[in-house]
Design a binder for this molecule. Sequence first.
Ligand code: S5P
Length: 252
Amino acid sequence: EEKTRSSYEQKLQQTQHSVSKKLLETALAKKSNLIASADVTTTQELLALAEKVGPHVIALKTHIDIISDFDYEKTIVPLKALAEKHQFLLMEDRKFADIGNTQELQFTSGVFKITDWADFVTSQVIGGFESLDCFKNVGVVAIVGMSSKGALTTSSYREEALKVALSHPNVIGGVSQNQIPEDLLLFTPGVNLADSGDGKGQQYNTPDHVFKMLHTDFIIVGRGIYKSEDPETAAVTYKNEGWNAYVNSLQK
Ligand code: S5P
């Protein structure tokens, strides 16, 4: 029998970081632990998806560099308005992986100006503790373990990555396929109710599995939602599955 986990209310009491608080408050208000991954390639698709799934998710995860027609005014301004309207956060899945100075430039400059709009970002911790200093105004979700087959995030790598993540004040959580210390919020991608893989290395689990076995906090669902014929209904399904799985994981 698995050990019981902390509830969102308990984590809310314990956390100091404003982004963690906002995520946990949004989860409780919406009864949702769902983050939709918007891996679409045009502004129109991105905004249409945000409008449909917005009410049901706590955050929308972007890969902003895959948007072919990116334009700050036409892409980010309306996206921010939708985030405000539907009360979700913006998570830019940039997976920074460089020295601090370069990451700082990638975060603040170029056409994307991530620092101006993202509530939180993903980053590798391979560049070491100080490489994360530049993310002062956002939350960082550290990539601890990856979901793809053959990923090099072995248990010894994860152990070292967790030391960096746990010690850095900018880090609010980790992405992993393994349980991590409760001081960090756990974000788990590789969640799909219908498929077990994609033929390109991705490996999937169900919401039930990740809440029960990993005590995850938030599930990240991409193709299960945006490739669905009806993304809004799919988002509601994942939201309910995720919430029920969370509630069940609280039982001893
Ligand atoms: O280990 C990881 C980490 C991430 S952030 N595995 C992942 O799949 N992701 C991201 O989650 C990936 O970049 C993609 O945006 C999303 C999963 O999408 P799906 O379509 O496979 O659900």
